[in-house]
Design a protein around this ligand. Structure first.
Ligand code: OXD
Ligand code: MN
Length: 641
């Protein structure tokens, strides 16, 4: 056994024991319990000792999650040059980080699912055998924390104490990651106290891979050219090396709450999804909850913080990125947002596009890779229509509007606590979760996909989810603009074979049907363009009109017209009153060209072939239904020609 192998005796899946010796800190800002050193769980201590022996940090710091500790870490990061404090008169208690230029986004090609068998990772994931991965990681992690502090970060995904919440312990040598985790999760003693009480936990090890020799001066953003984001689904364990950026390093987010959690969800009968959660209130005061999956950087945060333009409608935020969905004791589909903060893409978030997000960022925010204004505030493309005359760009260089390059990196981010959003719903952290009435899938397609279409039933909805496609954005490395299939917006986030994941969704629907409360499924596309390349739908606040139509469908107050892709609003039923939307644009938003439909079906078939025999038969049936509806459309066209 090597140091990287987890001793079987420390398996974290323990049965609860009752060890209530937890005291409350007098100086703690919240009533978070303090876990005394003597009461730290033996398996967590053993994990920390094992990783410390491997990585040889100078010190070990158990993170308690207090504001005092956070303050000290932020000061330390400013002293190290990682963070610059913004002008406190404009943006109180906020900071700017500039990353290394080689560490600016998730690295999907360095992200691995290390299941025992390659077919369990499936064709959409990078796979490496667990023993090979451990053999590659061991020399990298050996001494990797030299000269640094190893932080022990116990965290909860979900409200502390909720039956849907899951726990983890991340070890990291990056204080920037610790403060980011402090915003994105409930971390520290309150989470550790639950582990002390017997909750199982997921171990996660993270190193920036930049050991310091005696007296060696650190750089502001330590990282390593070599990167690995490795997941061990059987052991439910995560190892990340070489990056301090976002999902590569804040392991609670994509690595745990999606990749490892999707495996837990498969085994335990729930869903871990890349979805926002909103609460919608109609003019009649009736409340609905919706979960929506969109590929990265397709406007999830904007929809999560939507301010509808139509009178009487409100949308409140529950989550903007990840949802965990369970069938509740009442048989209904319930969801929680496992996160506690937003790690949002800054460019495109502006006063005219998402006022709520801009207001959320008034203070207590860490910005990464945005531009710095002369007055000590921040700026990014889209924040205001006119850029400031002079800026320091995300690389730290002088910038003017004539520089011919973006001032903020296209994947620059803000990290801010969820409760700071003026739109946050009072139920956002309800331990019971909220009841889901509708599921929405979306993508970024300039053609074919209509503004909104309703699935005929759950299985057709699974087909819609399985075939989401989108033109690639900057959230991950890759060619911007290229079309890629991104099933359930989970392409980079499913922790096991995507075909088995489809089967799990189909199976979940069967269980839901038994409870006779199956949410409706819709698909949206805000990004459809005219042949001249102009966006046809105004988007943003006007997206509330589409939500309004969905609610009318939930209430059986609106009708659909059947199309090959599903049900679209019957003419006149989508509320476009007061919109400057020419009739021909409205028609174009729903037009389905038969040749394009055929090409789409071919492309889906091609995509499905990558899963071989593992593809659930139901999805093949759905595809042949689509083909026969396209044929029917062609015949109807021929008949009227
Ligand atoms: C994200 C992503 O950062 O999906 O949320 O890439
Ligand atoms: Mn995301």
């Amino acid at each position: 056994m090597t140091l990287l192998d987890r001793p079987r005796t420390t398996a974290p899946h323990r049965t609860p024991d009752a060890r209530p010796e937890i005291t409350t800190a007098a100086n703690s800002p919240s009533s978070a319990p303090v876990v005394l050193e003597a009461d730290r769980p033996a398996d967590v201590v053993a994990f920390v000792e094992r990783i410390a022996r491997l990585t040889t940090p100078d010190q070990i710091h158990w993170v308690d999650g207090s504001t005092r500790e956070r303050h000290a870490l932020l000061q330390q990061l400013v002293a190290a040059g990682t963070l610059t404090q913004l002008n406190p008169d404009i943006r109180p208690y906020s900071f700017l980080a500039r990353s290394d230029e080689r560490d600016v986004a998730r690295v999907e090609e360095r992200t691995f699912i290390c299941s025992e068998r390659e077919e369990d990772a499936g064709p959409t994931n990078n796979w490496m055998a667990p023993e090979q991965m451990r053999a590659e990681l061991e020399p990298l992690f050996t001494g990797s924390m030299r000269g640094r502090t190893l932080y022990v970060v116990p965290f909860a995904m979900g409200p502390i104490g909720s039956s849907m919440t899951r726990y983890g312990v991340q070890l990291t040598d990056s204080p920037y990651v610790v403060v980011s985790m402090g915003t994105m999760t409930r971390l520290g003693s309150a989470a550790l106290a639950q582990i002390v009480r017997g909750q199982s936990w997921v171990p996660a090890v993270h190193s920036v891979g930049a050991p310091l020799n005696n007296g060696q001066k650190d750089v502001p953003w330590p990282c390593n050219e070599t990167k690995y984001i490795a997941h061990f689904p059987k052991e439910r364990e995560i190892w990340s090396y070489g990056s301090a950026y976002g999902g590569n390093a804040i392991l609670a987010k994509k690595a745990f709450a999606l990749r490892i959690a999707s495996v837990m969800a498969r085994d335990e009968g729930w869903l871990a999804e890349h979805m926002l959660l909103i609460k919608v209130t109609s003019p009649a005061g009736k409340k609905y909850h919706m979960a929506a999956a969109f590929p990265s950087a397709c406007g999830k945060t904007n929809l999560a913080m939507l301010t509808p333009t139509t009178p009487g409608w409100t949308v409140e935020t529950i989550g903007d990125d990840i949802a965990w969905l369970h069938i509740g004791k009442d048989g209904r589909l319930r969801a929680i947002n496992p996160e506690a903060g937003f790690f949002g893409v800054a460019p495109g978030t502006g006063i005219s596009t998402n006022r709520t997000a801009v207001d959320t960022l008034w203070g207590n925010t860490i910005f990464t890779n945005v531009a710095l204004r002369e007055d000590g505030d921040v700026w990014w493309e889209g924040l205001t229509d006119t850029p400031p005359a002079r800026l320091i760009d995300w690389r730290g260089e002088e910038w003017t509007p004539d520089s011919g390059r973006p001032a903020a990196h296209p994947n620059s981010r803000f990290t801010v606590a969820a409760h700071q959003a003026p739109s946050i719903a009072d139920t956002w952290d309800d331990p019971e979760g909220v009841v889901i009435d509708a599921i929405i899938f979306g993508g970024r397609r300039r053609a074919l996909a209509p503004l909104v279409v309703e699935a005929r039933d759950w299985d057709h909805g699974v087909f819609m989810g399985a075939t989401i496609s989108s033109e690639q954005t900057a959230a991950a490395e890759g060619t911007v603009g290229q079309l890629r299939r991104d099933p359930f917006a989970m392409l980079p986030f499913a922790g096991y074979n995507m075909a088995d994941y489809f089967a799990h969704w189909l199976d979940f629907g069967k269980r839901l049907r038994r409870s006779a409360r199956v949410p409706r499924v819709f698909q949206v596309n805000w990004f459809r363009k005219s042949p001249e390349g102009k966006f046809l739908w105004p988007g943003f606040g006007e997206n509330g009109r589409v939500i309004e139509w969905m609610v009318a469908r939930l209430e059986s107050e609106a009708c659909i017209d059947e199309t090959p892709l599903g049900g679209i609003p019957r003419q006149g039923e989508l509320n476009v009153a007061g919109l400057d939307l020419p009739e021909e644009d409205l028609t174009e938003l729903f037009r389905m060209d038969t040749d394009e439909l055929e090409a789409e079906a071919d492309d889906v078939e091609h995509f499905f072939q990558t899963f071989g025999d593992k593809l659930p038969a139901e999805l093949r049936h759905q595809l042949s239904h689509l083909r026969s509806r396209v044929r029917a459309q062609r015949e109807a066209e021929a008949g009227t020609a």
